[in-house]
Design a protein around this ligand. Structure first.
Ligand code: HEM
Length: 159
């Protein structure tokens, strides 16, 4: 296993590919379930991890995807930069907690393209416990206050 540079060494448990199931909801839409995959990769020597999420519906049709970076300029600080193809750019910061597992919490402002549905804030929480990754995502969007949109549970499929 390649060792990570000091600013991101504590993020090692996140690396790899994870697959599982998610559930989505929001006050303005019908609830839904999805198949979820996240890939977290650390390019050698760099103080960041890049990620790509891919999702599918129950029929195997591709749904939402997104890609971005988790940056740690220092071990105490984590920042998220993500591009969302529905027209949003997420830009936030937060905390990393390492105890029995790893918890990453971020709170982000959002820039929207002209035609995008308006998202003002994205709050995420990832928890890694061994080979299980769970996350929650809340957003303030389309005139709603900060409200749950996604939660998912995934299992590690590759290191
Ligand atoms: C950062 C990530 C995401 C953001 C910012 C986001 C944002 C939004 C917004 C603004 C809406 C519109 C709500 C409305 O029209 O009232 C929406 C709807 C929806 N989202 Fe997400 N979403 C994200 C991730 C996901 C993921 C991972 C899935 C998984 C499949 C998903 C599936 C849906 C579905 C099915 C709808 C309702 C139908 C539609 O408008 O396409 N979203 N989302």
């Amino acid at each position: 296993m390649t060792s990570l540079p000091p600013p991101i060494a504590h993020l090692q448990p996140l690396l790899g590919t994870w697959r599982g199931e998610g559930h989505g909801e929001y006050p303005t839409i019908a609830s839904f379930d999805y198949v979820d995959e996240w890939e977290f990769v650390a390019p050698p020597g760099k103080p960041f991890i890049r990620f790509i999420e891919r999702t599918w519906d129950a029929d195997g049709q591709p749904k939402h995807t997104e890609t971005g970076y988790l940056r740690c300029p220092s071990p105490e600080l984590i920042e998220i930069i993500a591009a969302i193809p529905t027209g949003q750019a997420e830009n936030g910061s937060g905390s990393v907690t390492v105890d029995d597992g790893l918890t990453i919490a971020t709170d982000a402002i959002v820039l929207n393209t002209e035609s995008a549905k308006r998202v003002d804030r994205i709050v995420r929480r990832f928890e890694v416990n061994g080979d299980e990754l769970t996350y929650g995502m809340e957003m303030a969007a389309v005139d709603q206050p900060l409200t749950l949109h996604l939660r998912a549970t995934l299992r590690r499929v590759t290191d």
